[in-house]
Design a protein around this ligand. Structure first.
Ligand SMILES: NC(=O)NCCC(=O)O
Ligand SMILES: [Zn+2]
Ligand SMILES: [Zn+2]
Length: 502
């Protein structure tokens, strides 16, 4: 099958050009002006529109067991079918979801998520979460890297279910580095959170606003700083998810200035959602805004947008963790029991364009980099994904910057019965989505097939891990004049070794 996208402006992360795009089967065949279409080619008219690589969302929780407390009693509302349908309607053609362990067991968790993902309608991959540390975890990490997993997620928050301690984190970092896999961290101080939650609840704030009150930015700033410093200690690249505070942006900037390799991820809700709604007297309205770290005020949001514009933050994701209002009611009388998470998989590109490109903070090429190319590069799937060029996968969107539309639960494609962007008018719309070379979204209609999605294995190593051994030497020289804790090199008077020799 051939498909020709005609008359648009092709936007890649590094340049824009007026060009047609010819697609054959699931790959891009050629890019250039006035391309000739073979007989029976389907034509997509992109005149006056942008033609961009499909979005890649590296942070979703589909069909996820994310109950709060020690048991995972609540499953997120969207499965791999409905969540990906929503993604495609919003211009995202690949996701990297979080496979969760089962009772600490990674291999079992991964098998479970592979089963869930059989419903997929588009390309997908996984990160694997690690919530404890032992020999089996370490060896499973190694095995999973041979099955296409190249990143491991560590939660500093969520005591009693997902949280890891500092020693577990250090072990996880060290093993990640050994494997060439990227460690990912949710940064909030677990102990401080429990303390603040108890105090907040005790002082009578039992509703959703208690969630916000009990999660001040200082907990996120501290978690971010700690994760970055421990990554520095191990000399491993690190990926910080859902940056929600200005302080965390500053911590990442400081780490980069130290020379650390850090990927900072913003999520659409972190700069595009209304923080005030968590105070709404209607529980159903307020509870949908409960996510962690919390959605913060305009000043934090401004700093996150500045971080994206200035290059401190490299990726825009969503953390799509959808829980219906019925799920959220589990915490009607206690905010600590409200399942954490907000929607975004369908809204990400629209909110990002409206918040960042339209006010002039970033260019269309920056937009492509933040929602697609940088994700593909970070997870070693570039240039197969994240680029419009011959040989790349035909995952492409046509974006009309002039179309105004209103976001609403009544028209979205997620199974959610609420939408945190309800009623929001945005300018700029994904009018066509092409996934695996097929038009799957056009004229506000989806044409998708359950099971069409493919697992995309992600290889370890890559640019982020190149030169780390050489960097060790400079790091040791700067930080360990007497050698590293694992390898002391100096034998000077006063050390145990030199005393023994005397
Ligand atoms: N973010 C959130 O509130 N829920 C999803 C799980 C996580 O990423 O922490
Ligand atoms: Zn998180
Ligand atoms: Zn998440």
């Amino acid at each position: 099958d051939t498909l020709l996208i005609k008359g648009g402006t092709v936007v890649n992360a590094d340049h824009q050009i007026r060009a047609d795009v010819l697609i054959k089967d699931s790959l891009i065949e050629s890019v250039g002006p006035n391309l000739k279409a073979p007989a029976r080619t389907r034509i997509v008219d992109a005149t006056g529109k942008f033609v961009m690589p499909g979005g890649i969302d590296p942070h979703t929780h589909l069909d996820a067991e994310m109950g709060w407390g020690s048991k995972a009693e609540i499953i997120s509302t969207d499965d791999f079918f409905s969540g990906q349908a929503a993604a495609l309607a919003g211009g995202t053609t690949m996701i990297i979801d979080f496979a969760l362990p089962v009772d600490g067991d990674l291999a079992t968790g991964f098998e479970r998520y592979k089963e869930k993902a059989k419903k997929s309608v588009m390309d997908y991959s996984f990160h694997m979460a690690v919530n404890t540390w032992n020999e089996k975890v370490s060896s499973d990490m190694g095995k999973l890297t041979k099955e296409g997993i190249n990143s491991f997620k560590f939660f500093l928050a969520y005591s009693g279910s997902l949280a890891v301690t500092d020693d577990q984190l250090i072990n996880g970092f060290r093993r990640s580095r050994e494997l060439g896999a990227l460690p990912i961290v949710h940064c909030e101080n677990a102990a401080a959170l429990v303390d603040a939650q108890q105090r907040t609840f005790g002082s009578g704030f039992t509703g959703p606003e208690g969630h916000f009150i009990s999660r001040p930015a200082v907990f996120e700033d501290e978690g971010t700083s700690r994760a970055l410093r421990l990554a520095q200690y191990v000399n491993v690249p690190v990926y910080i998810v859902h940056v929600m505070s200005g302080g965390a942006v500053a911590e990442i900037a400081a780490a980069k200035t130290r020379g650390q390799r850090v990927i900072g991820e913003a999520v659409a809700s972190g700069f595009g959602a209304d923080e005030g709604k968590i105070w709404d007297p209607d529980f159903k309205v307020a509870a949908q805004y409960v996510m962690s770290p919390p959605i913060r005020n305009k000043e934090h949001q401004r700093q996150i947008k500045a971080g994206l514009a200035g290059g401190v933050l490299s990726i825009i994701a969503t953390d799509h963790a959808p829980f219906n209002s019925t799920h959220k009611r589990a915490g009607l009388h206690d905010f600590r029991k409200i399942p954490n998470g907000v929607n975004g998989i369908e809204e990400r590109l629209h909110v990002a364009w409206d918040e960042l490109v339209r006010p002039g903070l970033i260019t269309p090429s920056d937009f492509v980099r933040l929602v697609s190319t940088a994700v593909a590069q970070t997870y070693n799937v570039y240039p197969r994904k994240g680029l419009i060029a011959p040989g790349s996968d035909a995952d492409i969107i046509v974006f009309d910057p002039e179309v105004e539309h209103t976001i609403s639960a009544s028209s979205h494609h997620s199974k959610m019965d609420t939408n945190i962007y309800e009623g929001r008018e945005v300018t700029g719309k994904v009018v066509v989505t092409i996934s695996q070379g097929k038009v799957v979204w056009e004229n506000d209609k989806l044409d998708i097939k359950e099971g069409a999605g493919r697992f995309i294995p992600l290889p370890v190593g890559g640019a982020l891990f190149e030169g780390l051994d050489a960097l060790d030497a400079a790091y040791v020289a700067a930080n360990y004049p007497y050698g590293t804790p694992g390898q002391p090199v100096m034998r000077t008077v006063g050390t145990t070794a030199s005393r023994d020799e005397l």
